[in-house]
Every structure is written in structure tokens, then in C-alpha cells.
Design a protein around this ligand. Sequence first.
Ligand code: CTP
Ligand code: CA
Length: 232
Amino acid sequence: LGADALAQDLVGRRVVISAGGTREPLDPVRYLGNRSSGRQGWALARVAAARGAEVVLVAANVEAPSPFGVRVVPVGTAEELRAAMLEEAVGADVVVMSAAVADFRPEAVAATKLKKGSGSEPAAVPLVRNPDVLAELVTKRAPGQLVVGFAAETGDDDGDVLTHARAKLARKGCDLLVVNDVSDGQVFGRPENAVVVLSADGGATDLLEGSKDAVAAGIWGAVAARLGPRPG
Ligand code: CTP
Ligand code: CA
């Protein structure tokens, strides 16, 4: 961790971070998942703890040991993540949704393993929408609580990355949106990252680039600058 870890600007703050990617079961042995490693959320938790925060990490299928001083709540599905986040967010100063939440889940989960032959071969898998956890956290937040979303965007004919990100920030109603440009090449699973943090008041950071710890430090800098005075 760099010198930023020594900034004790999160002392007395309670932060709740989701990380990883949800898995939506299809049968007892199979799921629909995504490639999120959870490394950026994990780094956010570690850096926040180093800077003095009380940290809860709601970890969806993250293959990493708990960061030092962080309470980890393991979850599997989007519904489990939703329940854990709503519970842990009560009384938190900052809530960060860095997890990749599956937008859809199989409509039905088979009670027994799907087998080849036997007349039960699925022709297609009907999907239903998962709840939007970030939107719900925004609706239910207490005054003064900061809610931070994440978005991986690409530029296309309808606009560049930041245009799409601004629209998403407005749509989601959160205070800050951490934006990853995934236009050229993969970001998933890489140790390095590059993001811009947009804020609902129109502000934006410079490009925060480097290791996931360095990026996490930059994100906490942007968050800490917007925290109100400590109670008490
Ligand atoms: N998110 C969430 N619940 C969902 C989907 C997304 O809380 N069901 C959160 C993510 O954790 C992230 C933010 O919303 O912080 C943006 O996720 P993203 O997938 O970019 O947004 P969507 O609204 O799902 O838009 P898209 O259709 O582009 O996937
Ligand atoms: Ca999505």
C-alpha cells in the first residue's frame, strides 16, 4: 500500500462494499455467472480499512482471503447480495456497489441435475430480471449516506464512454459512479486498472490509473472529499 494508506481520512466511518460476481443457479451443479474477479472491490476494502474505516465486504464468489481488518459476508446470488447489502447498509456512511450483479437469472432452478436424454433436455433457458440493488440502496439510503456505483462502458454510435456513463449516473441516482473504459481489451481479471470517478454534481476526477490498490486509493480520495462532518 502507498502513502495514501496513511491518510486516516476514513476513521470513524463505516463503509460497506460489494465485490465479485453473482452466480445464478440453473440446477444443483450449474450456474450463470460472469468474469468479475472481485479484485477491485477487494482492494477498496483493504485500502478503506488501512485508512481507518470499519469495513464490511459483501463478497460474491471471491476467491481471496479476507483483507486484514475487514468483515466479510459471503454471498452467491443477486438475491443474497441484495439482502446482505440492504442489511449492512443501515448506519453506513458509504455504500459501494462494485460487484457485477447478474442482470438476469434462470426463471426456475431444477431440483435435480439436468441430464442428457431422458426427455428433460432444456431447449432454452427462460430468464427473469434480477432486482437492481444499487437503485434500491439509493432509494432507501439515510440522509448523508454516499452511494457509489460502478460501470464498465464502451463507446458506440450513440456516444462515447463518458456520455454513456453520465447517463447511467443520472439513471441510477447514486452520488458517484466509477467508470471503467472497456473499449479496447479486457479489464476483467487484470491487476491493473484505469477509471474515472464521476459525481452527480457534475464533477469528474482525472484518469486514476495503476494497480488496483492505487485506483482504490484514488476512489477513496474522491469519496472522502464528499463526506460530511463526522457525527459527534
Ligand atoms: N447493479 C445492481 N444490481 C443489478 C445490476 C447492476 O446493483 N441488478 C449495479 C452494479 O453493481 C453497478 C451498477 O449497478 O454498481 C451499474 O451496473 P451496470 O451493469 O453497468 O448497470 P445496468 O443498469 O445493469 O445496465 P446495463 O444494462 O448496461 O448492464
Ligand atoms: Ca448490468
